[in-house]
Design a binder for this molecule. Structure first.
Ligand code: KG4
Ligand code: ZN
Length: 336
């Protein structure tokens, strides 16, 4: 039984990342070059700047990933790359690079879905975790409840009707002057606030218990801020952050655990940038314990964008026989 070593590349948004992953679960290296400091200046990710930075950094992160793993372009078994969803110009950098390496070194090429990567991040630190299980993917662009039926076999059973959870964090952070990226800043400020101070709404979608909606919550925060301003009252930003976070985390945890119960699943995992939020983990973990459901989550560094997760997903796709052709293209709106 040969060990399969995958060189994985991720460039869908604002991190340029490369990793070497063995047999889908063992991370030999995980290099991430973050562009956050650059995009901060503009209050969000600027696609054109992201593409240019990826071009500057991609060879460097790949070299680092290979060096740290003690591998070369010749010793790896396959190249996996995120080809969607994401920013088209950003994705293209990784896809072109992966194709060039695979073509030049005559290695199999495996295109990976970014969300599948987030889900598979859970395999890296939980070697006992195997499908089927339910996964709540909560990132800047996605809020999906995914039924993981088998390796590489997914069904989305719930999704947000409007904003993604991370997007809500980012927008509310901006409205209280916290800047980008909002999630970690809200989490930090929330520690100094009272989560019971303001009662923000917990939205349900009629007749679709697995779906989410966060735009009402976001409006409710903006209305609260406007009301304070009109009345000339000073806003306690820490209370706003804590109460907002509590509302998001409450809805995510309730829906996630209810869906697992309804489907008869005994295993629930979380993934994506928002899964690095400590308050979220604590709450959903507690609810899972009460319901007798095993709970899984990746370390924070494997929750936000990285290439190790693409290596994990790429391995299972590779083992399923998935191979991409030289016509592999970036697909910004790729469906799972
Ligand atoms: O998974 P990710 O790195 O990129 C996407 O695929 O979207 O997720 C980024 C999102 C951002 O919206 C960011 O604000 C949010 O995840 N995020 C957090 C935290 N860390 C990142 N949200 C809440 N609490 C955090 N600690
Ligand atoms: Zn992501």
């Amino acid at each position: 039984d040969k060990n399969i070593k995958i060189l994985a590349i991720e460039s869908s948004c604002d991190e340029t990342a490369a990793a070497v992953v063995e047999n889908g679960r063992s991370v030999k290296s995980n290099i991430i070059s973050s562009q956050i400091e650059l995009h901060k200046l503009y209050g969000g990710v600027v696609p054109e700047i992201a593409s240019r930075k990826h071009i500057e950094k991609i060879n460097y992160v790949i070299r680092e990933a290979l060096n740290e793993a003690g591998e070369t372009l010749d010793s790896i078994d396959a190249v996996a790359v995120t080809y969607g969803p994401g920013l088209v110009g950003a994705l293209l950098v990784g896809v072109a690079e992966a194709k060039a390496i695979a073509f030049a070194k005559n290695k199999p090429l495996v295109g990976v879905h970014h969300i599948e990567g987030h889900i598979c991040a859970n395999y890296i630190e939980h070697h006992e975790l195997e499908p089927p299980f339910l996964c709540l993917v909560v990132s800047g662009g996605h809020t999906h409840l995914v039924d993981v039926k088998d390796y590489g076999v997914y069904e989305i059973i719930g999704r947000t009707r409007d904003d993604a959870a991370g997007e809500a964090f980012d927008k509310v952070a901006r409205s209280i002057g916290l800047g980008y990226p909002g999630g970690p800043k809200i989490e930090a400020l929330a520690r100094e606030g009272n989560k019971e101070a303001i009662k923000f709404p917990r939205a349900k979608v009629d007749d679709a218990p697995n779906d989410f909606s966060f735009s009402g919550l976001k409006s409710s925060v903006l209305n609260y801020l406007n009301k304070c301003e009109m009345k000339g009252e000073e806003v306690n930003r820490a209370d706003v952050a804590a109460s907002f976070q509590e509302a998001v985390v409450d809805v995510l945890s309730t829906h996630g655990v209810e869906a697992a119960k309804n489907l008869g699943y005994r295993k629930l995992a979380i993934a994506g940038g928002v899964a690095s939020n400590g308050a979220f983990r604590e709450k959903i973990q507690t609810r899972c314990r009460e319901a007798g459901i095993a709970f899984y989550h990746p370390s924070p560094i494997l929750c936000t964008d990285n290439a190790a997760m693409i290596g994990a997903a790429g391995y299972y796709e590779y083992m399923n026989g998935a191979r991409s052709g030289w016509d592999l293209n970036a697909v910004p709106g790729l469906k799972i």
